[in-house]
Design a protein. Structure first.
Length: 256
């Protein structure tokens, strides 16, 4: 089985994949500094807690936007899982032509999401990942990544509100019943944040359709808070919480 790993700014998400099927998944925080041994031991323990053994993992592929931990992380995999991981980056076949000013600066996670969105849902398409930042990545009908947008994530926006305004409290991110359901400070913040973000999504998708001349543009969303936004708009056609892991599995098959 394939161990697909997505190293993001906030979490490290790991999925044991059998084809496109997710067998098991687990996550670690990215920020905590760890040694190769700590990473390796944790991965072995997490696998065993899911009823899996090291011998069950026959390959590993990694997408990372955090270069600082890659040396210790990959060494932990080599030492404890006995696998040399495939790293998503320049030189790896993705099936996706990158038509930007500097293809090397495009985050690996963005490419992986686009590969999955295009392969699984068709093109032209836009992959929206609601993570630490929210990325809107566009693939045209010819299977070319032609660029995208990066905005502050919903959690960053929420944290900015209570950190920078003395009288505003920390709050749970959730959609209120309606825009006018703002009878206290908390609901006013929740309504403003979520409905404001829904408006951002709808406007960006509309502008992409106009500028690309593609009213049939498929919209695919992933990320922890994507469901909250999807529940408030008809613009998001497909929600796929496993989009990145599926993209890693697709790329692995193209390069095995």
């Amino acid at each position: 089985m394939l161990l697909a790993i997505d190293i993001g700014n906030t979490n490290i998400v790991m999925g044991v994949m059998k084809g496109m099927e997710l067998i098991s998944s687990f996550r670690l925080t990215t920020q905590a500094p760890r040694t190769s041994d700590e990473y390796g031991i944790m991965m072995v323990d997490l696998l065993r807690q899911r009823g899996l053994e090291v011998k069950d993992i026959t390959a590993v592929i990694i997408s990372s936007v955090v270069p600082d931990i890659m040396y210790t992380f990959t060494n932990g995999i080599k030492r404890y899982l006995k696998q040399k991981p495939m790293i998503v980056g320049p030189g790896l076949k993705t099936g996706l032509a990158v038509r930007t000013d500097n293809p090397r600066e495009v985050g690996a996670d963005r490419i992986v999401n686009c590969v999955a969105a295009y392969e699984l849902y068709g093109g032209p398409c836009i992959a929206i990942d609601f993570g630490t930042s929210t990325t809107y990545d566009i693939v045209n009908g010819k299977g070319e990544f032609i660029g995208g947008l990066i905005t502050p994530g919903i959690r960053i926006c929420a944290d900015a509100l209570w950190q920078r305004a003395a009288q505003l409290p920390h709050m749970e991110i959730k959609k209120t019943k309606g825009i006018l359901d703002c009878k206290n400070t908390i609901s006013a913040m929740q309504s403003g944040l979520v409905y404001g973000y829904i408006g951002q999504v709808e406007y960006i998708v509309q502008k992409v359709r106009e500028e690309l001349g593609a009213p049939e543009l498929k919209v695919v969303a992933t990320g922890g808070l994507a469901k909250i936004i999807q529940d408030g708009t008809d613009v998001i056609e497909h929600y796929d919480g496993l989009l990145t892991l599926k993209g890693l599995a697709i790329i692995y098959e193209k390069n095995r």
